[in-house]
Design a binder for this molecule. Sequence first.
Ligand code: ATP
Ligand code: MG
Length: 650
Amino acid sequence: MTVQIDHALEEIRRFRPSPEFAAQAIADERLYDAASADRLGFWADQARDLLTWQKPFTEVLDWSNPPFARWFADGELNVAVNCLDRHVEAGLGDRVAIYWEGEPGDSRAITYAELTEEVKRAANALTDLGIRTGDRVAIYLPMIPEAVVSMLAVARIGAIHSVVFGGFSADSLASRIDDAEASLVITADGGYRKGRVFPLKPVVDEALAKAEGGTVKNVLVVKRGENDIAWNEGRDLWWHDTVTTASPEHEAQAFDAENPLFILYTSGTTGKPKGILHTSGGYLTQVAFTHKNVFDLHPERDVYWCTADVGWITGHSYVVYGPLANGATQVLYEGTPDTPHPGRWWELVEKYGVTILYTAPTAIRSFMKLGRSVVHNFNLRSLRLLGSVGEPINPEAWIWYRHVIGGGSIPVVDTWWQTETGAIMISALPGITDLKPGSAQVPVPGISVDILADDGTPVEGEDGGLLVITEPWPSMLRGIWGDPERFRETYWEKFGDKYFAGDGARRDEDGDIWLLGRVDDVMNVSGHRLSTAEIESSLVAHEITAEAAVVGASDETTGQAVVAFVILKERHAHDLDPSDASEELRRHVAMQIGAIARPRQVFIVNELPKTRSGKIMRRLLRDLAEGRQVGDTTTLADTAIMDIISAQVR
Ligand code: ATP
Ligand code: MG
């Protein structure tokens, strides 16, 4: 049987770039021509133009041992020097690298010169602690400047960081420390979240008591929360005693382009997280290239803000490495979007004059739920480009983002990529592409993708199939840490030399790509494979809906039936009877998409289960819809949520 995902949702709105935007756009149509004429030559040019190499490379791609790619392998560079020193040497030392804002309202502006000096001190301190090239350092920090400093200091000495999101439990941290055999943990006493200090160092203590490897020799602690913590003399060190007192002179060594840069565990939406390994030269090339062209970055005048935590790939590539390699000025915010008030993000956009904002659909939908009045108290006219990442963005959320946040006329780029791809793979280029709400659109120049049926044959027309990447790309993962077999099995076994992404997709008549959801989530109703993303988008297009998740639950007559979980917008949640709302939504989907997609049930709920990075975990909802014991919830942001939803569903 071949996989083919039926699609039916017609989304016909189109937005041409404005002439003013196009006239100043960084991206150029010729990038596509150059990449299609000579793909490897194109990437070699990008690597030379965007980065500074201590030893130039002569070979571009070595694909002699697939699926293990080597890019620019005989070249040498230092990643931290590319993000810092070279900007200072170019006379940009006084440019602000980071406008940092703490949740309680404290703030710091850090220039490139200051950031460089701090990273040099940290690099010396790490070396004094015995960290050498190839050693693993776990970083478990809140969104404070020291998180960026730590990552760059590790990179500067050729060691490997493994950043673990500060919301993870002691168990999750322990398993990541053990898996990577980390010898140092960098943490803080605590950080601010939702108006309170949340402890971090106590979680590290608990994790180290649990970690079986016993590999950690030291714990370096930043003072942030001022909360009481236990102290392990000899093992624990304060940042301000260790880093702040270290020498600010540090000569950076050049490392091979294929020197490992970091391990990062995926968000665990579908199951057990994988330790994704990325290396240096190719990774930095593609993140710098996409950051510049997809976000139309004018580093001399833009103020960029990516709201992702550094614990996710988006934080690695588009808070740390891409923006700093490009000499950007950016905002870094410690806290939650709604503390101390629901308009906090918009207050920060106004305060810093943010011009480029990059965030996730889950955040956009949560603001839609609250209504536009929260946004309208602030002046957002500085914004000139908006980006989205993490999940398919429903057309209605896209339109809301463009109109309510963007004022109605600025580009919105929907960027498809993964922890594994390292950098953006599919996206519009602003100023060039006619935008279509809900579609991630086209591969970026130099990237080749295709949509295949289960048997590997290309899917024709607008039918959906499986998204694959057909050629190696510079920022591709180099493996799963310590598990080459799982690497082959997960991504390469299915189609041989083509990378299997695990997402369903279709291509429309203009060649634009629409993501249909994860292959594991695709529903099979009476022999039709239906896309979760399309039915969810249809639900969100109804004016009463804020957010929706759709799953296929086993059904005696149809094989699977569509079951939807819907959160209503705040202003409708009180005055609508849930059973009327649910009937209305079933009717709406049947009318918009067709009778085949009509949900068997629509449950009105207050919450949806999400990972800590904000993605909907449909597999748990499927368990619920099928009346099963709910499966592994360890990667859920809030483990109590499933109980609340279960109670509402019954
Ligand atoms: P795990 O692989 O552990 O289950 P995960 O896939 O959520 O977790 P990430 O690497 O953070 O981990 O997420 C990548 C996935 O997010 C993609 O495969 C895709 O399903 C989804 N995604 C990201 N951006 C987009 C986008 N713009 N449109 C549609 N889907 C997106
Ligand atoms: Mg994934």
